[in-house]
Design a protein around this ligand. Sequence first.
Ligand SMILES: Nc1ncnc2c1ncn2[C@@H]1O[C@H](COP(=O)(O)OP(=O)(O)O)[C@@H](O)[C@H]1O
Ligand SMILES: [Mg+2]
Length: 253
Amino acid sequence: MTIVAGNLVWGVGRKTIVRDVSLSVRRGETLGLIGPNGSGKSSLLRLLAGLKRPRSGRVEINGRDIAGVSRRTMARQVAFVQQNAATDTNVSVRDVVRLGRTPHRSALGGWSTADEAAVSAALSRVDMHQRRAQAWQTLSGGERQRVHIARALAQAPTVMFLDEPTNHLDIHHQIEILRMVRDLDLTSIVALHDLNLAAMFCDRIVVMQEGALVECGAPADVLSQALLKNVFRIEAEVELAGSGRPHIRFCSD
Ligand SMILES: Nc1ncnc2c1ncn2[C@@H]1O[C@H](COP(=O)(O)OP(=O)(O)O)[C@@H](O)[C@H]1O
Ligand SMILES: [Mg+2]
């Protein structure tokens, strides 16, 4: 599943929020999206996933302009894990994950064994299978996040968009989730705050600044000292780890 965005522009009123962004995402790759707060990461993700219509420009998934694809067809291919997603409170963990099957079910069809298997596998994947009967409102923030990811997995997408999926997670689960996303057999585009985690788990990184794409490439090519200073306004040293991936050491003075 390849995604190609050409000259995407989006804004609200007179404000332009996404400025002429073009990029292509390769089949199976994990693409990281980084940038300061308000740089347009969430807006760009929503445009790429077809949740917002651009003012101009286009998004193609597998060569097809998504403007002409129905929501249901999109939902069979594309899953989106929102930042701070809300869920109705009076439901179990399993109920939330079952919602992921909605785009695959017909109006008359019942709940199938394939649906059940997808839900079960998704719960196991995020280590929540044993908690499937637990009430949603009793989960911690990190557990909720994992369940939202399970819902996206149950959708059996070929492309997954994740908006800061590691928020609220302890470091073990941050690494666990990103390792899982990297190893999934699908294309993923993930907005991340933690630059070292982005460097560790992404094949390529896109850097956003004030709505524009300012860099795109392998972590070692993108995460330079100059970029960290210019875009993130921080002093830092960048070391290349044995893996060939950069590691950023922030300076405290
Ligand atoms: N629906 C909207 N109406 C007005 N301003 C918006 C809207 N959505 C986003 N913005 C503004 O656009 C900018 C980029 O937002 P966002 O895409 O959420 O950035 P990021 O995810 O990088 O923090 C911010 O200044 C935000 O306030
Ligand atoms: Mg955001």
